[in-house]
Design a protein around this ligand. Structure first.
Ligand code: 13P
Length: 248
């Protein structure tokens, strides 16, 4: 069985100082947990390099929350995949629903970002998930197809240069809501994602669930077939709940 992976998406919840303090106080206890689980911390851009330096001698990996679709150039406010790699990132989240919602990020844009990550040997964590209205209209699979298949095609084209990709299924209506989908629905969705990934590319994949993960539901979510780990928002910014989730 693949080693479980726990991705902390700190979003804009922790400031630079708070992110550094989190590591200074908690690195040792996280290192213990990282002996047999993969832990990826995704701080905001300004903290990335400092956190990467603080974790340099540890098994904790660092990820970014997004990346530019461009390799370099006059794109104010953007950060290239090359810079992320040089700053110590080995993972990067793309397609998060916060950006799809608030920045109107399109599937095409996300696919460009994926190409940049592949070129720079950064493991992509590709987020997919349906909004509330589509869940209610039972259009989940249609939305997931639209979000997933273009990315899988790109991965297929770059199989020689890739060893791993991660798909994070985060239903938009579950994020920050204290609601998670019923386990049987999740089991069907993860089975379908796993089948589609295996059918379309031979690159190894891991599947993770995100959306209101906490210390009370982590064990049940991790027990679902094909769920290899969790993408955690709020509960990853408190060491007690983050530790409890990883130990579930
Ligand atoms: P919450 O765990 O706060 O619901 O956030 C989930 C998320 O968006 C992680 O990427």
């Amino acid at each position: 069985m693949a080693q479980q992976i726990f991705v902390a998406n700190w979003k804009m919840q922790l400031s630079f100082d708070q992110s550094c303090s989190f590591i200074q106080y908690n690195l040792e206890s996280l290192e213990q947990l990282a002996l047999n689980k993969t832990i990826v911390l995704c701080p905001s851009f300004p903290a990335l390099h400092t956190i990467a330096m603080l974790c340099e001698q540890s098994p904790i990996a660092i990820g970014a929350q997004t990346v530019s679709r461009h390799p370099f150039g006059p794109y104010t406010g953007e950060v290239s995949a090359q810079s992320l790699s040089e700053a110590g990132c080995t993972y990067c989240i793309i397609g998060h629903s916060d950006l799809r919602q608030y920045n109107h990020e399109s599937n095409i844009n996300i696919e460009h970002k994926l190409k940049e990550l592949i070129k720079n040997n950064i493991i992509p964590i590709i987020c997919i998930g349906e909004p509330q209205e589509h869940y209610e209209q039972q259009k989940t699979y249609q939305i997931l197809e639209e979000q997933l298949f273009g990315n899988l095609e790109i991965i297929k084209q770059h199989e020689e240069n890739m060893s791993l990709f991660i798909i994070a299924y985060e239903p938009v209506w579950a994020i920050g809501s204290n609601n998670t989908p019923p386990t049987n629905i999740l089991a069907d969705i993860f089975k379908w994602i796993d089948q589609e990934c295996s059918k379309r590319t031979k690159v190894h994949h891991l599947l993770i669930y995100g959306g209101s993960v906490n210390q009370n539901n982590a064990k049940e979510l991790l027990a679902i077939e094909h769920v290899n780990g969790l993408l955690i928002g709020r509960a990853s910014t408190e060491i007690e709940s983050f530790r409890a989730i990883i130990s579930a």
